[in-house]
Design a protein around this ligand. Structure first.
Ligand SMILES: *[C@@H]1O[C@H](CO)[C@@H](O)[C@H](O)[C@H]1NC(C)=O
Ligand SMILES: *[C@@H]1O[C@H](CO)[C@@H](O)[C@H](O)[C@H]1NC(C)=O
Ligand SMILES: *[C@@H]1O[C@H](CO)[C@@H](O)[C@H](O)[C@H]1NC(C)=O
Ligand SMILES: *[C@@H]1O[C@H](CO)[C@@H](O)[C@H](O)[C@H]1NC(C)=O
Length: 614
């Protein structure tokens, strides 16, 4: 059924070009699967988190946003020449996670102008756009107008700071007809049922939104396709509710979902005419979707009956494109001379200039080894959390006045977002591994008998820490979300499900092949041929919700009382866990422990401990 083609494209090896960012590593040739095309095709980005410069330490993901602009323009040319359509989708979490956004004050000084250069057809909001009130305001002030008519906010309102009035963040839905095949589409733009937003936005529960008259009218429209775009996991309850609502009115109109949030490559079949795609994270992946059997054109009408009959059968196909120039050249059939467009090159130049202005390549020091968030087991010498727990936190979780007081310093693993690669540790790296502005808080003089139980509760207690407003699955990195929420979504792709941190959740299924580069080997509802690049599998290990460093403890015996020090994000969970351990405190007992953020403290540690040229 899938039309993939496996080809070694060794001849292209000779014409490999570096990505437009000058320090980006050259992509490596690999066996490829071609893109299936249909009448309607999509390119999707999601959870890009500021990685518009591409991955400067990983060849496989080294193309930048300018290269993606060129890619989209070349794919549009291809679509136009075939008389089919191509739409671009972005499903949110564009910000937080890379110096290109986080490295300026106010944040995003160059970022919004770079992102807007890509012509995205349907775009929506992620939870990260809403944590900080100023980020939500920039979204309303900048991104919504930058994508006027394309930005959809089906269940999100903004509070106008001048009037206090609650208004839609952007239009609720969009109805349009595609250029080449005249496909009639109603598109929505959702956010999952998120409640951690700053108070200048209001997220309406999806289950309530679908009862709204405007939505009920929209799903009764006579269209060829419903396009549901959202910062929503494909396997969560929100898309289930939307799917059921649409199907209650239109039993067989095709529905294409695009999802996000959990950072994984994912594909879900809802029924034979309804599918969902999620294109990973951090500009590692561009999602590709092709729907065959939609729309008509003058050309078809002139063709014979047999041709029309073939069109009547629908098919959905997906691909996960690794973001590098080797793949972009392969998929467009172009080379380093013919591939880039002037516009794409300009955007790469904008990124290069912004990185320079923000001094993102400024090196704080040199990392002596790779430190992995999920690719090395916890605890181990190559795990980033082990490094934090043993080396960094004991040194930086310090308050001069309480320096000698024994303390337990706790951070949640979700504070860490990415790996550290052996080599230069730059200003950019600090934002990449920990983009948050979290500071240390503390509760003083907690009986040790209660304090010592907190970590285990945070990591294992599950239900006692769950409520409408605080869910412990927010503590770990988002990659683990789909494991907790829905065992069929991510884990159906895995050989073993394990609660042990030492057993890989994703393990090498195939024997190692010397010809393949390690990378994504996705299993989804359509099988194992989704990745455009054939990779050797990577092991992926679960990490605990939280880690803890005991500091300034007596050489022998237990202290009677300790300070419980923790990053601000986890305060609600820490208070709940303390209460459960028999020590009741409230927010009024919580004080500031460090003025600097964990990210700033980490940068300082690196300057002190790893300061030398690579
Ligand atoms: C958004 O625009 C309003 C009105 O022009 C302005 O008052 C506000 O400062 C802007 N906010 C941000 C964060 O840019
Ligand atoms: C949101 O919170 C801020 C700071 O706590 C407060 O000053 C502001 O009035 C609140 N805004 C709304 C719309 O509630
Ligand atoms: C790129 O393709 C063009 C057109 O096919 C060809 O003329 C040119 O020699 C190629 N360039 C390289 C560097 O391979
Ligand atoms: C690219 O940048 C140049 C120089 O700023 C400008 O003249 C040109 O119009 C730009 N081209 C495109 C397609 O954006």
């Amino acid at each position: 059924m899938s039309k993939h083609l496996l080809t070694w494209t060794i001849n292209i090896l000779l014409s490999l070009a570096a990505a437009e960012q000058p320090s980006a590593p050259k992509p490596v040739a690999a066996p490829m699967r071609a893109l299936p095309w249909g009448d309607l095709n999509f390119l999707q980005t999601t959870d890009s988190h500021g990685w518009q410069a591409g991955h400067l330490q990983e060849p496989q993901y080294s193309a930048d946003w300018g290269d993606y602009v060129s890619f989209a323009e070349r794919m549009h040319e291809k679509a136009d020449s075939e008389g089919v359509d191509l739409l671009l989708i972005d499903t949110g979490d564009r910000i937080e996670g890379n110096g290109l956004y986080d490295g300026s004050n106010p944040k995003g000084e160059y970022f919004y102008d770079i992102v807007k250069e890509q012509h995205i057809d349907v775009i929506c909001t992620g939870n990260h756009e809403l944590y900080q009130a100023d980020a939500a305001a920039r979204e309303y002030n900048l991104t919504v107008p930058n994508f006027k008519g394309k930005y959809l906010a089906s269940n999100l309102d903004y509070i106008n700071p001048a009037t206090g009035e609650q208004i839609p963040m952007a239009q609720r839905y969009r109805m349009f007809t595609t250029k080449n095949r005249g496909i009639r589409i109603v598109a929505f733009g959702f956010l999952f049922n998120f409640n951690g937003n700053a108070n200048n936005t209001v997220v309406q529960k999806v289950e309530d939104t679908i009862k709204e008259p405007w939505f009920q009218d929209a799903i009764r429209e006579d269209v060829d396709l419903f396009l549901v775009v959202g910062h929503v996991m494909l396997h969560g309850p929100e898309y289930k509710a939307i799917y059921t609502a649409i199907r209650s009115q239109k039993w067989d109109t095709p529905i294409q979902f695009f999802g996000g949030h959990s950072h994984i490559r994912d594909y879900k079949k809802y029924d034979s005419n309804a599918y969902g795609l999620q294109g990973g994270r951090y500009m590692e992946t561009i999602g590709w979707m092709a729907i065959e059997g939609l729309g008509t054109s003058k050309k078809d009408e002139a063709e014979d009956y047999k041709e029309l009959k073939v069109r009547a059968s629908m098919s959905f196909n997906r691909r996960y494109i690794d973001t590098n120039l080797f793949g972009y050249h392969y998929h467009t059939g172009l080379n380093e001379t013919t591939f880039p467009t002037e516009h794409g090159k300009n955007v790469s130049y904008m990124i290069r200039s912004a990185r320079k202005a923000l001094s993102l390549d400024y090196a704080y020091g040199c990392a002596p080894r790779d430190l992995w968030l999920n690719r090395a087991p916890y605890p181990s010498n190559n795990n980033i959390l082990t490094w934090l727990e043993n080396e960094v936190i004991p040194e930086v979780a310090t308050n001069e006045e309480r320096r000698d007081v024994p303390r337990l310093a706790i951070i949640n693993s979700g504070t860490m977002r990415f790996d550290i690669f052996k080599g230069a540790f730059t200003k950019d790296t600090t934002y990449i591994i920990s983009p948050f502005v979290s500071k240390f808080l503390f509760i003083k003089d907690v009986p040790y008998s209660s304090a010592k139980g907190v970590l285990a509760l945070l990591n294992n207690a599950g239900p006692i820490l769950e409520s409408e407003s605080v869910s412990s699955n927010q503590l770990a990195p988002p990659e683990q979300l789909s494991i907790l929420k829905d065992s069929t979504s991510f884990l159906h792709s895995l050989d073993q499900v394990s609660t042990s941190y030492q057993t890989p959740m994703v393990s090498s299924r195939t024997e190692k092949s010397p010809d393949l580069i390690p990378g994504y080997t996705t299993q989804d509802d359509s099988g194992s041929d989704g990745d455009d690049t054939v990779h050797e599998p990577i092991s992926f290990y679960r990490v605990p919700n939280c880690i803890q460093s005991p500091i300034a403890f007596p050489a022998e015996g237990d202290p009677e009382k300790v300070d419980v020090v923790f990053v601000d994000f986890i305060q609600p969970w820490v208070l709940t866990a303390l209460e459960y351990s028999g020590a009741k405190y409230t927010a009024a007992d919580v004080e500031v422990y460090t003025e600097e953020s964990l990210t700033e403290l980490m940068a300082k540690w690196i300057k002190n401990n790893w300061e030398h040229d690579c």
